[in-house]
Design a protein around this ligand. Structure first.
Ligand code: PMP
Length: 452
């Protein structure tokens, strides 16, 4: 791409440091400028249309340009544009939303705590777990177990929970009291001759071995995404969550379900917790919560977590935690409207109805000579490309995603996997277009890299 002087691209290069980007490559190549969106589509500054088959960052459930969310924001802005929930203050939108989330919760929950991003929600979850252990007179019970390839965010605590090298390397992370156990990706992590059932049993055994090695009295919580997203869309094998939860119960370890991607319909149930039979003590949500029209996230905590926390706050005199924008009234109003749309239009029903087509077409790509594995559930999936001579691991994915982008479909390269996670409002025809383009792109890519 040639970047014109004084263009948006040039000023972007001049002034902005980007997330998840090679800064030197951006200085050379420039960024793609997205100007507007409508439904499942976004348009760049040359007017080219793309199907946003990643919903932005796994998040725009109701699609781009939803007027009801705009109106909800404007309405709330004109009544009360800001107030906080510190020191015994509150406001209607945060109360309405807390009540709504408790009603929607997939397992009995006591209280909602508002934060502004998935990272902040998981960071707060870790602090709450520590606070609770101190409240219970177990100051040594502080370690948190996460999984290799888990993704929980990028703050110092949540990046530590994340089990991906790029989030640790050169940041001096993870923190020493965060441990990572086996990733439930059968094809990659199974040992020679291990059946899927054996593999699940070993995942549970690895977890138990780690707990015993560390000392059960030092382990406070386990955090996991029902389906791992940013680690490459890793769908757990049958029986995995039951086996893991049996170990957690045995050693009195809390379960934190990170529903930041799965929450609000992605897996074909309102929560991944229901799809996989989880019994979490803490649930973190964000992304589809507001369809990302506003930055907001939340923790749902059960009585086991809330009661000691409340006692400790009474002892100390305050729960010394909170963000200026926690439960922001405009964000809360937008979330309430977004959840109303998800329910009124039965978007979870739409996921269930279209998932068989989505999965069938995804699985069909597995037969392509470039592919090694297709994984998916509900309306989230990924196709992993075969390693190839002449390409380092992780090089093929971004090259392929760039080619598919050129053909008008936005997917996301995660190493050599290409993830898809379309808005929940997607229809049958759009799903077929996504996969027709994916297939055509695979054929074109095979020609380009000489593998036809
Ligand atoms: N948890 C999960 C499962 C996520 O997918 C993400 C974001 N991709 C996060 C946490 C972090 O969210 P945020 O980027 O809003 O901090």
């Amino acid at each position: 791409m040639t970047v014109q002087p004084n263009s948006v691209e040039a000023r972007d290069q001049a002034y902005q440091l980007h997330s998840y980007t090679n800064a030197r490559a951006l200085e050379r190549d420039g960024a793609l400028v997205i100007d507007r969106g409508e439904g499942v589509y976004v348009y760049d500054n040359n007017g080219k249309r793309y199907i946003e088959a990643m919903s932005g960052l796994w998040s725009v459930a109701v699609g781009f340009g939803e007027k009801r969310l705009v109106d909800a924001a404007v309405r709330q802005m004109s009544i009360l544009p800001y107030y906080h929930t510190f020191t015994g203050r509150t406001h209607g939108p945060s109360v309405d939303l807390a009540e709504k989330l408790i009603q929607m919760a997939p397992v009995p929950m006591s209280k909602v705590y508002f934060t502004n991003s998935g990272s902040e929600a998981n960071d707060t979850a870790m602090k709450i777990v520590w606070y609770r252990s101190n409240a219970l007179g177990k100051p040594e019970k502080k370690k948190i177990i996460s999984r290799v390839k888990g993704y929980h965010g990028v703050t110092i605590a949540s990046a530590s929970l994340t089990g991906l090298p790029n989030n640790h390397r050169s940041f001096d992370l993870p923190l020493s009291n965060v441990l990572h156990t086996t990733c439930p990706h059968y094809r990659v992590f199974a040992q020679e001759g291990e059946t899927e059932e054996d593999f699940v049993a070993r995942c549970a055994r690895d977890l138990e071995d780690l707990i015993l090695k560390e000392g059960p009295d030092t382990v406070a919580a386990f955090i996991g995404e029902p389906v791992m997203g940013a680690g490459g869309v890793i769908v757990p094998p049958a029986g995995y969550w039951n086996a893991i939860q049996a170990v957690l119960r045995k050693y009195d370890i809390l379960l934190i379900a990170d529903e930041v991607i799965c929450g609000f319909g992605r897996t074909g149930e309102m929560f991944g917790t229901t799809t996989y039979g989880l019994q979490p003590d803490i649930i973190t949500v964000s992304k589809q919560l507001s369809s990302s029209y506003q930055p907001i996230s939340a923790l749902l905590i059960n009585e086991r977590v809330y009661a000691p926390l409340a006692d400790e706050s009474a002892k100390i005199g305050t729960f010394g935690h909170g963000f200026t924008a926690s439960g922001h009234p405009v964000a809360a109003a937008v979330v309430l409207e977004n959840l109303a749309i998800i329910e009124e239009r039965d978007l979870v029903g739409n996921v269930r109805e279209l998932s068989p087509l989505f999965i069938k077409r995804l699985k069909a790509l597995e037969a392509h000579p470039l592919a090694v594995e297709a994984r998916g559930v509900g309306l989230i999936g990924a196709l992993e490309l075969h390693p190839r001579d002449g390409f380092a691991a992780g090089q093929l994915g971004p090259k392929f995603a760039a080619l598919m982008l050129d053909k008008g479909v936005i997917g996301r390269a995660i190493g050599d996997s290409i993830a898809l996670c379309p808005p929940l409002i997607v229809d049958e025809q759009q799903i077929n277009t996504i996969f027709d383009t994916f297939e055509a792109s695979l054929d074109a890519f095979a020609k380009e890299i000489g593998a036809a």
